[in-house]
Write a protein that binds this ligand. Structure first.
Ligand SMILES: [Zn+2]
Length: 304
């Protein structure tokens, strides 16, 4: 049995999967705010209560909004700041008496979709979470690629490629730079583009609905958005050449992207044809927590 934990800033989700990926049990609790020891205790408590209810022990994988620094083994880049600088995998391992695997939440998303989701069986998968922010994760032959700096796949703070004159220098980003992909492609980035065009504040789903209803301004904004996503993903294809790109996050609900973005990316990819597929996620919001459980895929299973 595999337990997956999605450790978010406001809630902690947990599931237990059987050997073929069926969900045996699911739990959700509030994240103890600003309390590292409380967070470790809450995760350990969730694992124990699930094991008690099911009468079995499990492997444990945890997805976090950050990464373990390869240099010192401590959490970095986490927006839950109480985790930063902590050896979270070792502390959870000590609390649970076993090795605990930790990975970035976008990597967990990519692992989930590559294991038994929309990209099942694909050799190279780029998983992209486009929502409040823009994160990415790479899975090669079923395993997440962490990288020497634990930032593999983090394309959101690269500049938008092939920029047009009117896109320079681009919106300011919280990272200190301008024109980052995230400032264009995130949900807030789409809303800001619509506001610059129309003077009106609308969130991404409303913009998509208005375009579908024939609103010319919304349609124009979405077409520019699709071209930017095509450029951003074309630069990924040129570097990584994935078989499948899976979109996640709130933006992944805009169905026209799966047709219109691949229609546009051919003019930017350095190839006479592009066979990479752009697909919606199969597991939706559950992908992060499922991927955390699958961090132990194909490994030795204690007492399953
Ligand atoms: Zn940035």
């Amino acid at each position: 049995m595999r337990i997956g934990i999605d450790l978010g800033g406001t809630k902690i989700e947990a599931i237990a999967l059987d050997a073929v990926g069926n969900i045996l049990i699911r739990k959700r609790i509030a994240t103890p705010q600003g309390d590292y020891a409380g967070t470790v205790g809450a995760v350990a408590g969730l694992v124990r209560s699930m094991e008690n209810e099911l009468g079995r022990s499990a492997t444990v994988g945890v997805g976090i909004p950050g990464a373990l620094s390869p240099a010192n083994g401590l959490v970095k880049n986490a927006n839950s700041t109480c985790l930063i600088g902590r050896p979270l995998d070792r502390d959870l391992g000590a609390a649970l008496g076993r090795e605990v695997r930790l990975a970035n939440d976008a990597n967990c998303f990519a692992v989930s979709e590559a294991t038994d989701g929309a990209a099942a069986g694909a050799a190279v998968v780029f998983g992209v979470i486009v929502g409040t922010g823009t994160g990415g994760g790479i899975v090669v032959h079923g395993r997440p690629l962490a990288g020497a700096n634990a930032i593999a796949g983090e394309w959101g703070h690269n500049p938008l490629p092939w920029p047009r004159a009117e896109e320079l220098p681009g919106p300011s980003c919280y990272c200190g730079k301008r024109g980052c992909i995230e400032t264009w492609l995130s949900g807030p980035g789409l809303a800001a583009a619509f506001e610059r065009e129309t003077g009106e504040r609308q969130e991404a789903p409303a913009i998509a609905a208005r375009a579908a209803a024939g609103d010319a301004a919304a349609e124009a904004v979405l077409q520019r958005y699709e071209d930017r996503m095509a450029r951003a993903l074309a630069s990924v294809i040129n570097l990584l050449d994935p078989d499948v790109i899976v979109l996640g996050g709130g933006i992944s609900n805009i169905e026209r992207l799966y047709v219109n973005v691949p229609r546009r990316w051919g003019r930017y990819v350095f190839s006479d044809r592009v066979d990479t597929r752009l697909v919606p996620p199969l597991h939706g919001d559950s992908s992060g927590v499922r991927g955390a459980a699958w961090l132990w895929r194909g490994e030795h299973q204690p007492q399953t």
